[in-house]
Design a protein around this ligand. Structure first.
Ligand code: PLP
Length: 239
């Protein structure tokens, strides 16, 4: 085993242990939580090693980095999640490799994603990114739609050809009433998810929790956690 592979294996084992013990504490089954490894800023060679180590879900946040990486790893059976703020001019590229876009936060993006999915003859999974620090239809600092805008976007995605409404995603806010209160933030996301599922029963994915707060997310009921740093190491640059 190369040094890098040994290091990633050890980190993955630690993250796995954290997820397992959080599930146990919450009385949940380990299979209820899917680990998505956020590979942003790390090379395709790491994605390849992660695949060898059993990882099947990866996430990226910038199309410029993600597109070549996905191409280099096209032979691997991986589910690619796009989790970054998305400009409509990148939609066509992202739709060519992403299986799920977790950062859908405005109607214009829904229209663009739908057109690209139809043109590419594929079905694209969509999560609505919820900004828990925004109100009144506003968008959050780090993307996302305010909770009161979720229903309208859900209806738009539900009606859009080529798109499949899979659920919700959030990033714990750094400001506002939920700053530093991850568990409360994720509990709030779960409430919004329950309301969404009343009208869209298949939209049951809840993507929440990162390296620093995955325990809170699992305790609240998240179905997917997105972990970068704890698996790959501290990123060399902001991403
Ligand atoms: C980078 C990123 C993550 C992973 O964060 P870590 O703290 O490195 O685990 C999760 N979600 C999103 C949206 C990200 O941009």
């Amino acid at each position: 085993m190369t040094d890098r592979k040994a290091q990633l294996a050890a980190n993955l084992a630690q993250v796995e242990e954290r997820i397992t013990s959080s599930c146990t504490s919450a009385g949940r089954k380990r299979e209820e939580v899917t680990l998505i490894v956020v590979t942003k800023t790390y090379p395709a060679s790491d994605v390849r090693i992660l695949h060898e180590l059993g990882v099947r879900h990866v996430a990226e946040n910038r199309d410029q980095d993600a597109a070549p990486k996905a191409t280099a790893c096209a032979d691997l059976s991986l589910t690619w999640h796009f989790v970054g703020q998305l400009q409509t001019n990148k939609v066509r590229s992202v739709t060519s490799y992403a299986d799920v876009v977790q950062s859908v936060d405005r109607a214009k993006l829904v229209t663009a994603l739908s057109a690209a999915a139809v043109r590419g003859e594929r079905e694209l999974g969509c999560l609505i990114q919820v900004a828990l620090d925004a109100e009144g239809g506003a968008r959050g600092e780090r993307g996302g739609v305010a909770p009161d805008g979720v229903e309208e976007l859900a209806a738009a995605i539900g009606a859009a050809p080529g798109l499949r409404l899979d659920g919700l995603m959030t990033v714990a806010p750094l400001a506002g009433e939920y700053a530093g209160r991850q568990r409360a933030a994720f509990d709030r996301l779960m409430e919004i998810s329950s309301r969404l599922r009343a009208g869209h029963p298949a939209a049951n994915m809840v993507s929440a929790g990162m390296s620093g707060d995955l325990e809170d997310a699992v305790a609240a009921g998240a179905t997917h956690v997105r972990v970068g740093t704890a698996v790959l190491g501290v990123r060399p640059r902001l991403g």
